[in-house]
Design a protein around this ligand. Structure first.
Ligand SMILES: *[C@@H]1O[C@H](CO)[C@@H](O)[C@H](O)[C@H]1NC(C)=O
Ligand SMILES: *[C@@H]1O[C@H](CO)[C@@H](O)[C@H](O)[C@H]1NC(C)=O
Ligand SMILES: *[C@@H]1O[C@H](CO)[C@@H](O)[C@H](O)[C@H]1NC(C)=O
Length: 419
């Protein structure tokens, strides 16, 4: 069914459309970690309120022990709905967390509506407990947790840090931002929560310079060692890679490593084939370098983009611009999530020796057209100007997500797998 000609045609068109949108967005320099160093203010009462939300739902109250009852094998996190709760408060705010980058602090950047902060994901067949910061840190005691991937993964990493950091006194935590490797440390727990930038997982000439012209971007589909050596010895590895592959129907590739001078031009490959080869390189690396009794490996499925408002029936809309509510129609799936890319991930995963846990955030995120940074973001280190904001067709970012926001839910789910 998925190989019908019509669909392939449509998806290529989509890829082409998306490529223009990504052009702007992927040029955002990942190394520019220019988050505002707002003074950290502990808002104990606020968190307490959030934690003590009346247990009108089945999620709550009996607390910690609840979590253990998950049976991840039968649990379908992707089937459920978003429920609005006006009394819901995220565990942190743009002000309370000093580690957010300006790219994602939507309210500081001028967003007026805040309902996007108050939707909770309710899977149909189980209760999803709230994120428990102390439990998360306890779980990470003496361990290294590392998120590896692109800017969406960086968002999830920052979300995770913000979700736990408020429970740690000022002098017992540190953050070292680096390129490509950043480390948040919780000293008392001897735990680190790290991010390693590798948007394709495999090597490319754009890894440390995301401003490389899309047309000149070249992937080394069989080379990963340069990145991989930084992943050795980590206890919990969490990978993603998706949008960077979606820049056009074909991608330029090279074979051979950067160092050995024996680089051969591999020509242009269909993006699906390139993705498969790249993921297989990653899978081989994992299988030959990871001891599954020491290291757990996770893979976050694709984060949807919302570039075509027709996908959700808004003929005259402008991408995700001005969306204030999630899509409520069940099983909505838009053109920004490529099911064939998803099946590549699944089929590569099936053949691996080391078990990989897929955290399937795609469906639940597909609904969240309201949660993107849209025009409340920056481009090349500058906030959008009024002129740019008035032109959402060219400037709205419907790839990245506001924080606090949707990636907090990804972490809420991720934590249930960790416990
Ligand atoms: C801290 O954790 C690292 C692993 O992340 C471990 O090698 C080291 O022994 C730990 N130190 C202490 C004092 O527990
Ligand atoms: C969309 O815009 C066109 C032209 O601007 C208009 O004719 C049409 O009625 C609009 N459709 C909807 C659903 O608003
Ligand atoms: C993730 O969920 C979607 C539907 O919600 C499904 O189509 C897809 O196969 C799943 N992907 C993986 C890797 O499990």
């Amino acid at each position: 069914m998925r190989s019908s000609k019509g669909k392939i045609h449509l998806s290529i068109i989509t890829v082409i459309i998306c490529s223009f949108a990504f052009l702007v967005i992927l040029h955002t320099d990942p190394s520019k970690d220019s988050y505002p160093r707002t003074k950290y203010v502990r808002k104990q009462s606020k968190y307490a309120t959030a934690e003590e939300k009346p247990a009108k739902d089945h999620l709550k109250s009996s607390g910690i022990d609840n979590r253990i009852k998950f049976n991840q094998k039968v649990w379908r996190v992707d089937i459920g709905k978003w429920v609005f709760d006006h009394s819901f408060n995220p565990l942190y705010t743009e002000r309370s967390c000093p580690y957010l980058e300006r790219q994602v602090t939507c309210i500081k950047n001028g967003r007026q509506d805040s309902d996007y902060l108050r939707w909770e994901w309710r899977p149909d067949d189980c209760a999803l407990p709230r994120f428990n910061a102390n439990l998360a840190l306890e779980k990470l005691r003496g361990k290294r947790l590392m998120f590896v991937g692109d800017s969406l993964q960086r968002g999830q990493w920052r979300s995770f840090v913000c979700l736990v950091e408020w429970t740690i006194p000022e002098n017992k935590k540190s953050m070292k931002l680096g390129r490509p490797h950043s480390v948040f440390k919780a000293t008392e727990y001897n735990a680190t929560i790290e991010f390693y930038w590798a948007p394709f997982l495999v090597e490319s000439n754009a890894d440390l310079n995301s401003r490389v012209d899309m047309k000149k971007r070249i992937m080394k589909l069989d080379s990963i060692a340069k990145h991989g050596k930084h992943w050795v010895g980590v206890d919990i590895l969490v990978f993603n890679t998706y949008v960077w592959w979606m820049t056009g129907p074909r991608l330029k590739t090279l074979w051979g490593s950067f160092e050995d001078g024996e680089v051969k031009y591999g020509g242009e490959l269909d993006y699906l084939l390139a993705y498969r080869v790249g993921l297989e390189t990653w899978a081989d690396w994992i299988d030959s370098n990871i001891d599954p009794s020491k290291t757990r490996v996770f893979f976050i499925t694709m984060s949807p983009t919302h570039q075509r408002s027709e996908d959700w029936g808004k003929i005259n809309g402008t991408k995700c611009f001005n969306e204030k509510k999630p899509i409520l129609k069940k099983t909505h799936w838009g053109s920004g999530s490529d099911k064939r890319m998803m099946s590549v991930v699944a089929s590569v995963g099936e053949k691996m020796r080391v078990p990989v846990t897929f955290i399937n955030i795609t469906q639940l995120s597909e609904y969240r057209i309201d949660a993107h940074t849209s025009i409340y973001t920056e481009t090349r280190g500058n906030l959008l100007t009024e002129e740019q904001k008035a032109d959402p067709l060219h400037h709205a970012d419907c790839v990245h997500w506001c924080l606090p926001g949707l990636p907090d839910t990804w972490n809420q789910i991720f934590l249930t797998y960790l416990l």
